[in-house]
Design a protein around this ligand. Structure first.
Ligand code: GDP
Length: 451
């Protein structure tokens, strides 16, 4: 999903890298490329216009900041504007104050409503709800059956009309409005906390379908009407969403088939065009291929950047400019790195927040999830305790740390002498590294085994 759009946008930003200043021409060039990338991803023209207009205006007003270069600032702006068109904050389901929460699903046939009904029921069940699925899609011959299969898989009961037979011997389709109402009554009687009503779809938008959905809505007064839309339908997404908004109206959107190799324009258009939040995403055929939709995470995925921007923002906040200048001067004068410097750097690092969370925000970190989980935050606290048990003289002159001083520090910090020895050893390695950087004209030396 979004692979192509992602590649296009990231390569656009690559061209800005290393520019000390952005001219209006640089910005216009960038905007042009963003516009093309979005249009090729099938994002609605009106949305592209708003988006690029906002990015351009903000990029032109960019101030030079200490921590981000102009290229990074443009990425930051694009990210923020993406989050905005995706809806800003994620919205939770509204639950009824009394009786069961009623959720109605609407959308075209094949959008993935029935599949979604099962996923949503499963998700709510995991949260401690007791959902009931109601099969009010009496249009598609197999729909009721399909919902029953889905419900069984999710471990959630399904309310379905008994298939009747008309006087002429034909299979009676039944009245979906009545079925929905009966389902709701059943849920009240059996004290289900949520009812999910699956309704009929058609291959295209038509008046009869809209009227039926609107009638069901009127009859059951749902707390949420979720419009389910296939993310693969491209430019048609806007017309379909608008038709459903006018015909039935809905309170939230569910995007399905986000796992497909699609251009993703629907995802980026539907919220901006309808003003309704995207609440869930469906990402496959399995029950668990379902997620609560978070605009910021989706933007992060589109820009292929993990959550680096949050990381940058936190670094910006934690970054002590004076301290950085002091360190740079020290290194340039060839002065030795001391425990005092080490402590100050560690404290800045701690200002940025949990190491685990920080590591998790880096792109490509998904594969390293286990190592991140095992990272022990207390290690930083222990190191800090040891350094704080040193006298200022010792911190600045680590060579003074003989056996008896180490024993005293161990007692003072509640650690063992072996802990102190190991820290001093690691510190000496860091010190050597700083010397090597210095000898190398301020550049990182090659580590053994690298390159
Ligand atoms: P409905 O007509 O709206 O009820 O749609 P269905 O739930 O029957 O789904 C139509 C087809 O899309 C089925 O083959 C589903 O297995 C498939 N489908 C639904 N959601 C997803 C999804 O998120 N990803 C993929 N790849 N397929 C999906």
């Amino acid at each position: 999903m979004f692979a192509n759009l992602s590649d296009r946008l990231t390569s656009t930003f690559r061209n800005l890298r290393g520019k000390g200043r952005l001219t209006e021409a640089d910005i216009d060039g960038t905007i042009r490329e963003i516009r093309r990338a979005l249009l090729d991803a099938d994002v609605a023209v009106s949305v592209v216009k708003t988006f690029t207009g906002n990015v351009r205006e903000r990029a032109l007003g960019v101030e030079v900041s200490g921590a981000l270069n102009p290229g990074e600032q443009v990425v930051k702006i694009v990210n923020e504007e993406l989050i905005a068109i995706l809806g800003g904050e994620s919205r939770q389901l509204r639950h009824a104050k009394h009786g069961p929460t009623v959720i109605m699903l609407a959308g075209l046939q094949g959008a993935g409503k029935t599949t979604l009904a099962g996923k949503l029921a499963h998700h709510l069940k995991e949260q401690g709800h007791t959902p009931l699925l109601v099969a009010a899609d009496l249009q598609r011959p197999n729909a009721v059956n399909q919902l029953q299969v889905v419900g069984e898989r999710a471990g959630v009961p399904v309310f379905a009309p008994e298939p009747g037979v008309t006087r002429e011997g034909e299979r009676e389709r039944g009245n979906p409005v009545k079925v929905a109402k009966k389902g709701l009554k059943e849920a009240e009687q059996r004290q289900h906390s949520v009812v999910i009503v699956d309704t009929a779809g058609r291959l295209g938008v038509d008046a009869e379908l809209m009227k039926q959905a609107a009638d069901i809505r009127k009859a059951i007064e749902p707390d949420e009407v979720l419009f389910v839309i296939d993310a693969m339908i491209g430019q048609d997404a806007v017309a379909t969403a608008t038709a459903f908004q006018q015909g039935v109206d809905f309170t939230g959107v569910v995007l399905t088939k986000l796992d497909g190799d699609t251009r993703g324009g629907a995802a980026l258009s539907v919220r901006e065009v309808t003003g309704r939040p995207i609440m869930f995403a469906s990402t496959g055929e399995k029950l668990t291929d379902f997620e609560v939709f978070h605009p910021d995470r989706m933007a992060g995925r589109i820009l292929d950047m993990g959550d680096v921007l949050t990381l940058i923002e936190q670094a910006e906040k934690a970054f002590d400019q004076d301290e950085a200048a002091r360190m740079a001067e020290k290194v340039s004068k060839g002065e030795d790195f001391t425990f005092t410097d080490f402590l100050s750097q560690m404290q800045q690092l701690k200002n940025m927040g949990s190491m685990k969370k920080m590591l998790g925000m880096l792109p490509g970190m998904g594969a390293m999830r286990d190592q991140i989980e095992n990272f022990d935050e207390r290690e930083l606290v222990r190191t800090e305790a040891i350094i704080q048990s040193m006298t200022p003289l010792e911190r600045d002159n680590p060579k003074l740390l003989n056996g008896s001083r180490r024993a005293r520090i161990a007692r003072g910090s509640g650690m063992t002498v072996a802990d102190i020895n190991s820290l001093v050893k690691r510190f000496e390695q860091a010190q050597q590294m700083m010397r090597a950087i210095n000898a190398n004209g301020g550049n990182m030396p090659q580590l053994p085994g690298q390159g």
